[in-house]
Design a binder for this molecule. Structure first.
Ligand code: CAA
Length: 285
């Protein structure tokens, strides 16, 4: 299989990442089938896709008709078997190894042996996810960044048994979605989260230990290093639960330098998960 053999893309999970991946694949011209476990999650995914497409139209980056065509190329389902005709599937379900392994086991049963099975995991082992299928050479990491429709890059992660042909398709597919790629070995956190998570946690500690007000921690990093968001703003954007979960996975594998900040844990315990719940380090409408 090569890039030209890919017509239909499956996406498992219609949350923030899955919806974004479905959107960019449809805008690139692919037929997309997106699946979530309940219809209300599928509907919510379509809501965010439509909202995002409207923003592209509003700022003149996409014609209304192209946006409508992209929307029409996406089919929603609650049936994983509906992805059986997909040539490439991207899994974007919850960051739990057992859940991802179960999805991959089911995909391997229903999809063709040729289908590329990609995971959007942010910190889990590609090799371990691939260990449950009979074709680990077809399994690869395609780690998209949030918000998917806006961010320029995708990390391609190579598992122990991922074949060169699969890696090549992963790069070419992401490039077809108008993303630039880089490649990482299957080591905890790959490139981005290995570096980003300690940066976020250190920002939280700097605030918690009184180095500066939270707004100044963020302003300092924005103005001092030219990043679009400071660490606390970015934590709110990504989701504090996601940051905590990734930090704990990294800590388990790489040791104490990845220990999550105490204040991060406390906010997650309080249910203040960032933008998505209306409060994290900051408050949102
Ligand atoms: N769909 C369409 N357009 C969107 C959008 C979306 N989902 N989100 C933002 N935009 C557009 C806006 O319309 C706006 O366009 P114009 O400038 O033409 O008006 C532009 O993007 C900027 O948006 P905003 O003005 O609303 O806000 P902003 O300037 O603060 O940008 C941001 C928002 C793009 C998120 C920017 O702040 C940013 O790049 N932040 C850093 C995000 C980041 O680092 N993401 C990676 C996180 S790590 C990760 O994802 C990996 C992991 O595993 C945890």
């Amino acid at each position: 299989m090569n890039l030209d053999d890919i017509d239909t893309v499956g996406v498992v999970g219609a949350g923030t990442m899955g919806a974004g991946i479905a959107q960019v694949a449809a805008v690139a011209g692919y037929d997309v089938v997106v699946r979530d476990v309940e219809q209300r999650f599928v509907d919510s995914g379509f809501g965010s896709i439509e909202g995002s497409l409207d923003r592209f139209v509003a700022r003149g980056d996409l014609d209304r008709s192209a946006a409508d065509d992209a929307r029409d190329r996406i089919e929603g389902t609650t049936d994983l078997a509906a992805l059986s005709g997909a040539d490439l599937v991207v899994e974007a379900v919850t960051e739990e190894l057992s859940v991802k392994q179960s999805v991959f086991g089911d995909l391997a049963e229903s999809c063709s042996p040729e289908t590329v099975l990609a995971t959007n995991t942010s910190t889990l082992s590609i090799t371990s996810i691939a260990s449950v299928v009979d074709r680990p050479e077809r399994v690869v990491g395609l780690h998209f960044m949030n918000p998917v429709p806006v961010m320029a890059g995708v990390e391609v992660v190579v598992g122990e048994h991922t074949s060169e042909a699969t890696v090549d398709i992963a790069h070419a597919f992401a490039e077809r979605l108008d993303k630039e790629t880089w490649e990482a070995d299957d080591k905890p956190g790959f490139v981005v989260n290995r570096v980003l998570m300690p940066w976020i946690n250190e920002g939280i500690r700097a605030y918690d230990e009184g180095v500066a007000e939270k707004g100044d921690v963020d302003r300092g990093l924005r103005l001092g290093t030219n990043v679009p968001m400071g660490p606390l703003e970015l934590a709110d954007h990504v989701g504090l639960d996601v940051v905590l979960d990734a930090s704990e996975t990294l800590q388990a594998e790489l040791g104490d330098r990845y220990r999550p900040a105490y204040l991060l844990k406390r906010k997650v315990e309080a249910g203040d998960l960032g933008k998505k719940t209306g409060a994290g380090f900051y408050e949102y409408e």
